[in-house]
Design a protein around this ligand. Structure first.
Ligand code: HEC
Length: 105
């Protein structure tokens, strides 16, 4: 019994010591489609994906969008293609918007 709780305690400690992403001053709570998502996609994606000007297309592709922007840049599926990885805060904002159901807000 005590072994089990010791293990989970150590695991928790390791997670705390190595946070995956540390971003300060990144507002992910109030992300909306009209204020944030459309601007992010316009800047980084419209050049090749004019279809993403349509909310319905973004919504239909949102799982794939999250997958692609979170890939390592070396992955052939990485987006934006031939570009640089989006800012950590931008990625967090997109992840958050999708996690909340990708609303047309
Ligand atoms: C330089 C052009 C270019 C840019 C910029 C670009 N993409 Fe793409 N994207 C492509 C091409 C070409 C494909 C089809 C090949 C593939 O699936 O990898 C594609 C495919 C995709 C797909 C798979 C579904 C589909 O529509 O084919 C998603 C999702 C996607 N891109 C998301 C994004 C997002 C999000 C951004 C902006 C952060 C972005 N892309 C920026 C060229 C681009």
């Amino acid at each position: 019994m005590s072994f089990v709780s010791l293990t989970s305690c150590l695991y928790q400690k390791e997670v705390d010591l190595k946070p995956k992403i540390t971003v300060v001053d990144c507002d992910t709570a109030a992300v909306t489609y009209s204020k944030n998502m459309s601007a992010i996609l316009k800047t980084n994606c419209y050049a090749c994906h004019s279809d993403f000007e349509s909310y319905d297309m973004v919504k239909a592709n949102m799982t794939e969008i999250v997958k692609r922007i979170n890939l390592p840049t070396s992955d052939k599926g990485f987006m934006p293609k031939d570009g640089t990885k989006l800012e950590d805060c931008t990625i967090l904002q997109i992840n958050n918007w999708v996690n909340k159901g990708g609303q047309n807000n």
